[in-house]
Design a protein around this ligand. Structure first.
Ligand code: WT7
Length: 654
């Protein structure tokens, strides 16, 4: 029996320091770590000075009512003014803020000056609809410029937005509108997905019929499809376009609510994560400037997330716009009209900074190298990853095939709750190991602790905790302060428990090991699903893997793996028993015999939430031969049938 909180099994020896050329021009230098270490609050005050404050703050942090934090006390600012107007006032009105590309191929460039007019008109429109500071507005929209305008218009008048991902059902929308008591819903007639117009308005109609708090629905015409019309409905083009482009932004308190975002948890009632203004914008801008090395006059930035996730909030809307970025916004899916759409966009727009998720990277690995290789990707100079652990092999593929071996990769760990990046390399400073998020950013307090809240040393595994309050931290769960304390602050006294397992290697670099609920216990060894998945993906034949612990009479839990093969693996190999044997041995060699999967199943797809997280609960059901529970939050509910029929091809050998 082992009493380690989590075994530290996998080893990685490759190291990639930044090139001297990148390091020489980088925004962030190693001195940031020293500055933050010698005076943490002074450091954050300095970062806050990158924003324009209407009233200066008097105190950096009030932590007397922990875990309820207040940052930049006494300060007032307008978040939309910071993201738009001040750039125009500083002479950058003609700079393009958004290079929009619709899925059907329509394009639209929007300058900062045009964005200022659009946001001002929308703010006037919301005011005409009676929305005032402190109200909540639900936004259920495709990835079109009006979605960003809508968020900024809310921020401008001090109404908190609650963006609900447009792929969610009407029931998910209804419960979120209801929880926040939203007074307005902003939506569109539909959105373009995989070459067709998908309706959005019917889901809103259904939700609004059951949510009396909603007084109006503001509808953008995007696809032109027919919609039912009720007396609450107002067309965006009727109301917004006729407004004045003059709107004076009011300054709000640093702690004024900016948005609520419901977490995409795989279990339980969604939590309305509350973020406020001054601290959130400070850290979103600080991390975007230093982690992505943004040069506002030169870079073309592209974050492929949807505004329905926190990544879209912090790294499409607030961070980049506060920093005066020029960015690509793309409406559609990566495989429309062809599987090289993203690389086509990178080439045509000359994208320099690119931020995406491991699930996308592994999908492209599966689709094969030819697609990215048929495009000129030489404009890229930095790559980012977020959302789940990136396996070393996916990291290497990203570096070589997308980054041409020349771009630093920033693996950024954070959560809806943290609001902004917490753990990441600094691209001009840190020598990166493939698969590691490396360390806490300057100004962030982080530790890996055991069950007794004691820090594990280098080489040890345990739980990731945040040891100091940070400016963009969640201020609570909407309407449920007890659940806030209970969920994040009760496990380890005085520390924020993120729910993730992690380990420190011999050099102190951090390796994220997935949610602790996903940890397997095999013969008393706590083994991380992430490590076994990484070992599987490091085999030439495997593009993607998901691993779960299934009840086992002998060992407590047995490791069951589901793998998707890379494009190009011959059919005979895929069906053969030899492959399964090879994979088991490969895991044994990479990690150790204890981690050899009991069973490996080759499957065509994996069950994922719409944000790309694997739903291990469903895979456990399959592995333990149970009926499947709720599959409604799956991005594609049919994959479970595919997996169930593929079951028989699995193997139970030795
Ligand atoms: C959870 C938070 C942060 C925006 C998108 C997800 C996992 C996130 C990483 C990473 C390993 C990661 C964690 C975390 N996660 N980034 N770089 N390496 N794991 O936001 O939906 O709130 O999910 O995503 O498990 O707790 P979210």
């Amino acid at each position: 029996m082992s009493n380690e909180a989590l075994e530290n099994l996998l080893h990685e020896n490759r190291v990639f320091p930044p090139s001297p050329e990148f390091a020489a021009q980088a925004n962030a230098t190693a001195s940031l770590y020293d500055e933050a270490a010698s005076d943490r609050l002074g450091f954050w005050a300095e970062q806050a000075r990158y924003l324009s404050w209407a009233t200066d703050f008097e105190q950096v942090l009030d932590w007397s009512d922990a875990p309820f934090a207040k940052w930049f006390i006494g300060g007032t600012l307008n978040v939309a003014y910071n993201c738009v107007d001040r750039h125009v006032e500083n002479g950058f009105g003609n700079q393009i803020a958004i290079r929009f590309e619709g899925e059907p191929g329509d394009r639209r460039d929007i300058t900062y000056s045009e964005l200022k007019d659009e946001v001002s008109k929308a703010a006037n429109a919301l005011t005409e609809l009676g929305v005032t500071a402190g109200d909540r507005v639900a936004i259920y929209m495709p990835m079109i410029p009006e979605a960003i305008v809508a968020m900024l218009a809310c921020a401008r008048i001090g109404a908190a937005h609650s963006v609900v991902f447009a792929g969610f059902s009407s029931e998910a929308l209804r419960s979120r509108i209801d929880d926040a008591q939203a007074v307005l819903v902003i939506t569109a007639d539909g959105q373009n997905r995989r070459g067709s117009a998908m309706p959005l308005k019917p889901a809103v109609d259904e939700a609004v019929a059951q949510t009396p708090s909603v007084r109006n629905v503001l509808v953008v015409r995007r696809t032109g499809s027919d919609v039912e019309w009720t007396d609450k409905d107002v067309w965006w083009h009727d109301l917004v376009e006729s407004q004045s482009a003059e709107h004076i932004p009011e300054a709000f308190d640093a702690e004024h609510p900016l948005f609520i975002l419901y977490t995409s948890g795989t279990t339980g009632k969604p939590k309305g994560i509350l973020h406020t203004s001054g601290g959130y914008l400070t850290q979103a801008a600080y991390t975007h400037r230093n982690v992505f090395d943004l040069k506002p006059d030169e870079d073309v930035y592209w974050c492929t997330a949807d505004i329905g996730w926190v990544t879209g909030h912090s790294y499409i809307v607030y961070g980049p716009l506060a920093n005066r970025a020029t960015q690509v916004v793309y409406e559609g899916t990566p495989d429309t009209p062809n599987k090289d759409r993203w690389w086509d966009i990178v080439e045509r727009h000359g994208v320099t900074l690119f931020y995406t998720a491991p699930t996308a990277i592994r999908t492209f690995m599966k689709w094969g190298d030819e697609l990215p290789k048929s495009h000129d990707l030489s404009s890229l100079r930095l790559l980012g990853s977020v959302g789940e652990p990136i396996n070393p092999e996916a990291w290497m593929w990203y570096r070589e095939v997308i980054g041409g071996g020349r771009c630093p990769i920033v693996d950024t760990w954070w959560q809806t709750e943290t609001g902004a990046i917490m753990i990441s390399p600094l691209p001009g400073v840190t020598a990166c190991k493939p698969g590691s998020a490396m360390g806490a950013l300057p100004g962030i307090g982080m530790a890996v602790v055991d069950d007794e809240a004691q820090p594990v040393g280098n080489g040890g595994g345990g739980y990731l905790v945040l040891t100091e309050p940070w400016p963009s931290m969640l201020r609570g769960i909407w309407g449920d302060p007890e659940r806030f304390q209970e969920t994040y602050w009760s496990r380890f006294s005085g520390m924020y428990f993120a729910g993730d397992g992690a380990k420190l290697d011999e050099d102190g670099a951090i390796w994220l090991l997935g949610r602790v609920d996903d940890v397997m216990n095999v013969s008393g060894h706590r083994i991380s699903t992430t490590e076994v998945e990484s070992a599987l993906v490091s085999h030439d034949a495997v593009a993607e893997a998901a691993v779960v612990g299934a009840a086992d009479e002998t060992t407590g839990q047995g490791i069951v793996a589901f793998v998707i093969l890379r494009g190009g693996v011959p059919e005979e190999t895929a069906k053969g028993e030899q492959l399964v044997k090879d994979l088991r041995n490969h895991v044994g060699a990479e990690i150790g015999p204890i981690a050899k999967p009991r069973q490996i199943m080759v499957v065509p797809e994996l069950p994922k939430t719409r944000s790309g997280k694997i739903m291990r609960r469903l895979l456990r059901d399959v592995a333990e031969h149970r009926d499947m529970g709720d599959v409604t939050t799956l991005a594609d509910p049919t994959v479970m049938n595919l997996i169930a029929t593929g079951l028989d091809s699995g193997s139970d050998d030795d």
